[in-house]
Design a protein around this ligand. Structure first.
Ligand SMILES: [Zn+2]
Ligand SMILES: [Zn+2]
Length: 350
C-alpha cells in the first residue's frame, strides 16, 4: 500500500482529486468509483461534479470520500470549490463564485487554466481568462486536459495510438500554468498550493462503431496522485479525517506524482532541515548556517530544483542533499526517462 512511515514519523497517503460521477458527466456511481480507488491503492478521493454536490460524503469501501464542486460556466473559468456545504452557482464573473465559496468558509483551485488552442480534435479548450486574480491555489496538471490537448482524431491510426498508448500523450503541466503558479508564490508570502486532477469521467466514446471506455476510473486512479504528507495517522472518524485531508491540500502539504512511472513502492521524500527543525511541502523552516535540502525518490530520475520559480540546481540521481544558502521558496520537478513524473509543492525557507 502507499502508506509509509518515515524515521521522523511522517505518514503519506495517496489520493485523487477531480472526479466526475453519474451526477454530472461521469458514468460511475459511488460504489464503482470507490472500488476502483481501493484497487488503485488510494486512501481518499475528492469528487467534484459540475455545479452539483449530490453524493453523500463518508467512507465507502474503505476509502474516504470528500465532495466538492467543480463550478463550471459553459465556457471557461472552471473552479474546484472545497469545504463548502451548499452548491454555488456559476456566473459570468468568476469573482462572484470565488467570493461565494469564501463566504461559506471554503477555498478553491482554478482547474485546467491553460488548455491548448492547438488541439487536433473537436473538444473545445477551456481556460481561466483573468490571471490577475490572487487564486487560492491551482490545479497545475489535469490528466484529461493533457491527453485531450495532444489527442489527434484526424485518422483512425492516430485514434488507435491515442487509445493504446494513452500515457504517451501525457506531456506534463502546461508551462503557462507553472509560470502563473510561480508568480503567485513570488507575490504571496504564504505558500500558494498546487494539486493535480485526474478529471476522471470514465466516458464511453463511440467512434468507428466500437464503444470504448477511454479512461476507466481505476486507470485514472493509477495516474496522477496527490500524496498527503501528514504528521499523524489519518483518524478513523470521517469528519476528523476530512479536516486533515482538506487542511493539507489547502496549505500545499502534498506532492504530485504520476504513478505510471513510480517503480518503487516507496513514495518520494522532499524536506528541508536545519539543526532544530524540518519542513516538508507546504511548510516553512528558518534559515540557519546549517540548512539542507533533501530529496529521495528511490529511483533514478532527472531532477530540477527551483527557487522562487527560477532554476536553482539539477541532477540525474535518485537522491539529493544540498546546502541552502538563501531564503526563498524551493520546489522540485522530476522526469523519469523524459516522462513527466513528480511536481512538489514548495517549502519556504524564511
Ligand atoms: Zn472542468
Ligand atoms: Zn472536470
Amino acid at each position: 500500500m502507499n502508506k509509509q512511515k518515515l524515521k521522523n514519523k511522517l505518514f503519506l497517503y495517496s489520493g485523487a482529486i477531480h472526479i466526475h460521477s453519474e451526477y454530472s458527466d461521469g458514468t460511475g456511481n459511488i460504489d464503482e468509483i470507490t472500488k476502483a480507488a481501493k484497487k488503485a491503492g488510494l486512501f481518499w478521493i475528492i469528487i467534484s461534479d459540475h455545479n452539483k454536490m449530490e453524493i453523500k460524503e463518508g467512507i465507502y469501501n474503505g476509502v474516504y470520500v470528500i465532495v466538492g464542486e467543480e463550478i463550471s460556466p459553459q465556457y471557461n473559468n472552471h473552479y474546484l470549490a472545497l469545504n463548502i456545504k451548499n452548491e454555488v452557482k456559476p456566473s459570468e464573473n468568476p469573482k462572484t463564485y470565488i467570493e461565494a465559496v469564501k463566504h461559506q468558509g471554503g477555498f478553491g483551485f482554478v482547474t485546467h487554466p491553460d488548455e491548448s488552442d492547438k488541439r487536433r480534435n473537436k473538444a473545445k479548450p477551456i481556460k481561466w481568462l483573468d490571471k490577475s486574480i490572487n487564486a487560492d491555489g491551482l490545479e497545475i496538471w489535469n490528466w484529461f486536459s493533457d491527453w485531450a490537448d495532444n489527442y489527434d482524431d484526424t485518422n483512425i491510426l492516430k485514434i488507435a495510438y491515442a487509445y493504446f498508448f494513452r500515457h504517451k500523450l501525457i506531456k506534463g503541466p502546461n508551462a503557462k500554468t507553472l509560470i502563473w503558479w510561480d508568480d503567485l508564490n513570488i507575490k504571496n508570502t504564504k505558500i500558494v498550493p498546487a494539486i493535480a486532477g485526474v478529471d476522471a469521467h470514465a466516458l464511453k466514446v463511440t467512434k468507428y462503431i466500437i464503444p470504448i471506455k477511454i479512461f476507466p476510473y481505476e486507470y485514472c486512479f493509477k495516474t496522477l496522485n496527490n500524496i498527503l504528507i501528514l504528521n499523524n495517522k489519518l483518524p478513523d472518524n470521517f469528519e476528523e479525517a476530512k479536516e486533515n485531508i482538506l487542511n493539507s491540500i489547502k496549505y500545499g502539504k502534498n506532492i504530485i506524482v504520476n504513478k505510471m512511472y513510480s517503480k518503487s513502492k516507496n513514495l518520494p521524500v522532499f524536506m528541508i532541515k536545519n539543526d532544530i527543525e524540518q519542513a516538508c511541502c507546504g511548510e516553512s523552516v528558518n534559515f540557519t548556517e546549517n540548512t539542507y535540502l533533501y530529496i529521495n525518490l528511490f529511483q533514478k530520475a532527472s531532477i530540477k530544483i527551483l527557487r522562487n520559480g527560477e532554476h536553482f540546481y539539477s541532477a540525474i540521481s535518485d537522491q539529493i542533499k544540498l546546502k541552502i544558502e538563501k531564503f526563498g521558496k524551493y520546489r522540485f520537478e522530476a522526469k523519469y526517462k523524459n516522462n513527466p513524473w513528480i511536481y512538489s509543492n514548495p517549502i519556504l525557507v524564511k
